[in-house]
Design a protein around this ligand. Structure first.
Ligand SMILES: Cc1cc2nc3c(=O)[nH]c(=O)nc-3n(C[C@H](O)[C@H](O)[C@H](O)COP(=O)(O)O)c2cc1C
Length: 192
C-alpha cells in the first residue's frame, strides 16, 4: 500500500546544505543556508530563494556570490545563518564564528572553515508569481583547500565530512560511504 501526500510535504532527497556568500555595499560578508539549489549545467548553479533575503540584495548589488557546502564541523554555524537574516541583524557572520576572506575571482566572500568554494557570477534573477526568486549563477572558479584533495589532486569527499538536509524529518545527516561506481554499475545489467 502507498500513501499519497499530494503537494503536502514535497521534497527531493538528498537535499544539499549550501551556504551562499555575498558582500553588502560596505564589504560586510553575509552567509545564508540554502537547501533548494544545486548544479543545473556544467558551469551553472540554480538557487530558489524567498524574496526577503539580504543575500538577494547583495547579489543584485555585486552581481556575484559564492556557494559552499556545510560540513559536520560547521553545522551549527550553517544552521545559525539559516535562521537569522542579515536584513534584521546586519553582520551575522562574525557571530557565526566563520572567518570570511575574499574569493579569488568574484566580489564575494569565501570562508576559512569551508574548504570548497564555487565562485559565481550572477547570470539571472527571476521573480516568480509565487513570490519566490530563481537565481542562476555561472561558476567561474572552483577553489579547494589542498588538505581536502586526494593523491590525484581531486576533491576527496571523505576528507570534507559533508552533511545533507533531510526535509522529511528536518534533520542534518552525514553523507556516507562509497557504494559503487557511477556510469559503471549499470553495465552489470546492460551486459548481463
Ligand atoms: C536547512 C535550511 C534550509 C534553507 N533553505 C532555504 C532555501 O532553499 N531558500 C531560501 O530562500 N531560504 C532557505 N533557508 C532560510 C534562509 O537561510 C534564511 O531565511 C536566512 O536567514 C536568509 O539569510 P539572509 O536574509 O541574511 O540572506 C533555509 C534555512 C535552513 C535552516
Amino acid at each position: 500500500m502507498r500513501k499519497n501526500f499530494g503537494q503536502k510535504g514535497v521534497f527531493t532527497a538528498p537535499l544539499p546544505v549550501l551556504l551562499i556568500g555575498t558582500y553588502d555595499e560596505n564589504g560586510v560578508a553575509n552567509l545564508m543556508n540554502v537547501a533548494w539549489g544545486g548544479q543545473c549545467s556544467e558551469h551553472h548553479v540554480a538557487l530558489n530563494l524567498g524574496h526577503e533575503r539580504k543575500t538577494l540584495e547583495n547579489m543584485r548589488l555585486k552581481k556575484a556570490f559564492t556557494v559552499m557546502f556545510a560540513t559536520e564541523e560547521t553545522m551549527v554555524a550553517a544552521d545559525y545563518v539559516g535562521i537569522v537574516s542579515g536584513l534584521k541583524t546586519g553582520d551575522k557572520v562574525t557571530k557565526s564564528g566563520l572567518t570570511p576572506m575574499r574569493a579569488e575571482m568574484v566580489d564575494a566572500p569565501a570562508f576559512e572553515q569551508l574548504p570548497v568554494t564555487l565562485e559565481c557570477r550572477l547570470t539571472s534573477i527571476r521573480e516568480e508569481k509565487t513570490g519566490e526568486v530563481r537565481v542562476v549563477g555561472e561558476v567561474v572558479n572552483l577553489s579547494a583547500e589542498e588538505s581536502v584533495l586526494n593523491e590525484k589532486g581531486r576533491v576527496d569527499f571523505d576528507k570534507i565530512h559533508l552533511i545533507c538536509f533531510d526535509e522529511a524529518t528536518l534533520k542534518y545527516r552525514r553523507i556516507g560511504e562509497v557504494v559503487g561506481n557511477a556510469f559503471v554499475e549499470g553495465n552489470k545489467i546492460r551486459k548481463g
